[in-house]
Design a protein around this ligand. Structure first.
Ligand code: AMP
Ligand code: ZN
Length: 114
């Protein structure tokens, strides 16, 4: 855990959040500023700033982020169209530097993204 990291603190329940899923590897909570009717952030408990900081040993963990997103999307009836997104780096809009997968659903999404 990085003691200066907002999402590490949420995972450790030191800062409140609307948790929707957790297990030994991951936790997921509702985004405080939702950009769609469903907007959930899925985080590894292990602190990585961004995707490029993960290594081969983390492959299963990265896959599990996507599988949990698919499970939540299915449970929430979002299969007509949902999006999973990693923003990596400030140029891509990353503002919290603990890797997190956005799960967005419940509205139409345009392509390309902004
Ligand atoms: P990103 O911009 O990709 O780094 O995503 C960070 C996300 O974290 C944004 O969508 C924020 O709205 C969200 N966020 C920031 N602080 C909190 C918080 N305390 N609880 C829940 N979501 C948060
Ligand atoms: Zn962290």
């Amino acid at each position: 855990m990085d003691s200066n990291c907002l999402f590490c603190k949420i995972g450790a329940k030191q800062i409140p959040a609307k948790l929707v899923y957790e297990d030994d590897d991951l936790f997921a909570f509702e985004d405080i500023s939702p950009q769609a009717p469903t907007h959930i952030l899925i985080c590894p408990r292990k602190h990585f700033a961004a995707l490029q900081d993960a290594h081969q040993d983390d492959a299963a963990l990265l896959g599990k982020l996507q599988l949990v997103a698919a499970k939540l999307a299915t449970e929430r009836d979002l299969l007509a169209g949902y999006r999973t997104v990693f923003n990596n780096g400030s140029g891509a809009g990353q503002s919290v530097f603990h890797l997190h997968l956005h799960l967005l659903g419940g509205r139409h999404f345009r392509w390309p993204p902004g």
